[in-house]
Design a protein around this ligand. Structure first.
Ligand SMILES: Nc1nc2c(ncn2[C@@H]2O[C@H](COP(=O)(O)OP(=O)(O)OP(=O)(O)O)[C@@H](O)[C@H]2O)c(=O)[nH]1
Length: 445
C-alpha cells in the first residue's frame, strides 16, 4: 500500500491529480452557484411579475372604489358594450360627452397601451364577457391550475418569455357587472397575466454569472498551481528522505559487513588459538601438553578395562647435522615430512605428539608389547627406507625408537612410563641408532 502510494506520487501523471481534483471541486461549486443564480434570476423575474400585477390590481381597485371613472368618449374610447349601467355615457355641463371606464375596460386600455412593449399584461377568464379577452393556450392551462390548486400564482418560461399569472377574485366592486353571471364575492373570476422576455431576467444575472465564471476559474488555477507546487515539494521531500534512508542503509550494510568480517577474523583467530593450544604449529602434530594429557586419559582407560597401552618415543638421528649442513629451514621441512610419514603409518586410534625439539611420542592404545614393537619397526622403516626429498635435496634420515608398555607393570605412573620409553630410546641411540629398543626391567639399574 505504502509502495503503491509512493509510486503514485512519483508517477509522471501525479501532477494531473491536483488539476483533476480541483477541477471537480471547483466545477461542483460553480454548478451549485450557477443554479443559485438561475433561481435568483427566476425569483427576480417573478417579483417583477408580482409588482406589475399588484400595480394593475391597485389601479383596478382604485377604479372600482370610485365606481368607475369617466373619460371623454372618443374613437379610441368608445362606449363599453358589456357595461350595463345607467349613466354609462353622460354629457358634462360644458357639453363634453363622457363614457364610463370600469376596471375591466381600464385594464384592457392599459394592456393595449403596453402591447408590443417589454412588459405586456392580459386580463382573461374561462367565462368571458368580452370575447376579445380570449386566453391563449398557456393562460388556459394556468387558469385551470390556479382554479384547481388555489395557488397564489403560476410562473413559467414559455417561448423565451417569462410568464406570470395570478388570480382575480370577485369583490363587492365587481358585483354590479358580474353578479348576473352567477359570481359570488370571493369567487375566482379569471386571472391577470404578465409577460416579458426572458432576456430581461437574464440581463440581471448575466453579469453575475460572468463574475462567477471568472472567480471560479481564478480559484481553480490558484488551487491547481498550489496543489502542484505542494506535490512537487512533497516529491522532493520524499526523495531526500529516501536518499537519507539509502545512505543509512548503506552505512548499516557496510557496518554489518565489517562486523561480519571482524567476527570471522575473530572466529579464525579463535580457531587458530584453539588449534595452537592442542597442536604443534610447525608439524601439525599434537603438542606436548595435549599428548601428555592424552597419555593420562588412555592410561586410565587401559587400567580400567584391563587393556594395554604402548608408548613409543622417537628421536631423529643426527638431526643437528641436518640443521648444520642444510640449514634450519630444511631441518624444519624434515620435521614436517617426518611427522607426515609417521601419521600415514598409524591407526586412527593411535596418537602422535611432538614431545620437544626432534623428539616425538606415539601412543598405541590396546596394543601389546610385541605388536607395538612391530609397529615401531614399521615406523622406523617408513623413515629410513625412503630418503627425504626436501626441495632439490635428497636426505637420508633415520630415527631411533624407545618402547615402553603399560602391561609390563600396570601400577606404573605416567611419568615413569614416558621415562622408560626415554631410557629405551637412549639405549637405541647408544647401540647404533636407527633401531627400536624395548624397555626391560634390567634397564632400571
Ligand atoms: N630445524 C629445527 N631444529 C630443531 C628444532 N628443535 C630442535 N632442533 C635441533 O635439533 C638438534 C638436536 O640435536 P641433538 O640433541 O644434539 O641431537 P642429534 O643431533 O639429533 O643427535 P642424536 O639425537 O644424538 O642422534 C638441535 O641442534 C636443535 O637445535 C626445530 O624445531 N627445528
Amino acid at each position: 500500500m505504502r509502495d503503491r502510494l509512493l509510486w503514485l506520487i512519483h508517477s509522471p501523471f501525479a501532477l494531473l491529480f491536483p488539476i483533476l481534483f480541483w477541477a471537480l471541486v471547483v466545477g461542483l461549486a460553480y454548478y451549485r452557484n450557477d443554479r443559485t443564480l438561475q433561481h435568483a434570476g427566476f425569483d427576480l423575474a417573478k417579483q417583477r411579475g408580482e409588482v406589475a400585477f399588484q400595480l394593475i390590481q391597485t389601479m383596478r381597485h382604485w377604479n372600482a372604489i370610485h365606481g368607475g371613472v369617466y373619460a371623454p368618449l372618443t374613437e379610441q374610447t368608445p362606449e363599453n358594450p358589456w357595461l350595463e349601467i345607467p349613466e354609462k355615457t353622460i354629457t358634462s355641463p360644458e357639453g363634453v360627452v363622457l363614457t364610463k371606464l370600469n376596471p375591466a375596460y381600464m385594464t384592457r386600455q392599459i394592456a393595449e397601451l403596453l402591447e408590443g412593449g417589454r412588459l405586456e399584461i392580459h386580463l382573461t377568464s374561462h367565462t368571458l364577457m368580452n370575447p376579445n379577452n380570449q386566453a391563449d393556450p398557456w393562460e388556459k392551462r394556468a387558469l385551470t391550475q390556479l382554479e384547481e390548486s388555489g395557488d397564489a400564482s403560476v410562473v413559467e418560461i414559455v417561448d423565451d418569455r417569462f410568464r406570470y399569472m395570478a388570480p382575480l377574485h370577485i369583490d363587492q366592486s365587481c358585483m354590479p357587472c358580474h353578479a348576473k353571471m352567477g359570481y359570488e364575492i370571493g369567487d375566482m373570476r379569471g386571472g391577470l397575466s404578465v409577460s416579458f422576455p426572458v432576456s430581461y431576467a437574464q440581463r440581471l444575472t448575466t453579469g453575475l454569472r460572468r463574475d462567477s465564471i471568472l472567480t471560479h476559474l481564478v480559484t481553480f488555477v490558484l488551487l491547481s498551481v498550489t496543489g502542484m507546487i505542494a506535490l512537487t515539494g512533497l516529491r522532493r521531500l520524499l526523495r531526500s528522505l529516501q536518499r537519507e534512508r539509502d545512505d543509512r542503509e548503506s552505512i548499516i550494510v557496510d557496518r554489518t559487513a565489517n562486523l561480519n568480517k571482524e567476527i570471522k577474523r575473530h572466529r579464525r583467530s579463535q580457531e587458530t588459538l584453539t588449534y595452537l593450544a592442542h597442536h604443534d604449529e610447525l608439524t601439525g602434530a599434537r603438542n606436548r601438553r595435549w599428548i601428555l594429557a592424552q597419555l593420562g586419559y588412555l592410561k586410565q582407560e587401559a587400567e580400567q578395562c584391563s587393556g594395554t597401552l604402548a608408548v613409543l618415543m622417537l628421536d631423529i638421528d643426527y638431526f643437528k647435522h641436518i640443521n648444520d649442513r642444510y640449514g634450519h629451514q630444511k631441518g624444519d621441512e624434515v620435521l614436517v615430512t617426518f611427522v607426515s610419514r609417521l601419521q600415514s603409518e598409524l591407526r586412527q586410534s593411535d596418537q602422535l605428539g611432538r614431545y620437544g625439539g626432534e623428539e616425538f611420542l606415539v601412543l598405541l592404545p590396546d596394543t601389546s608389547q610385541s605388536d607395538a614393537e612391530k609397529i615401531a619397526q614399521r615406523l622406523r622403516r617408513a623413515i629410513a627406507d625412503t630418503p627425504f626429498q626436501i626441495n632439490d635435496e635428497v636426505l637420508d634420515v633415520t630415527t631411533s625408537i624407545g618402547l615402553a608398555c603399560l602391561e609390563v607393570d600396570a601400577s606404573l605412573g605416567q611419568d615413569e612410563l614416558v621415562g622408560r620409553a626415554d631410557v629405551a630410546l637412549y639405549l637405541a641411540k647408544q647401540t647404533g641408532r636407527n633401531r627400536v629398543v624395548c624397555w626391560n626391567d634390567e634397564m632400571a639399574h
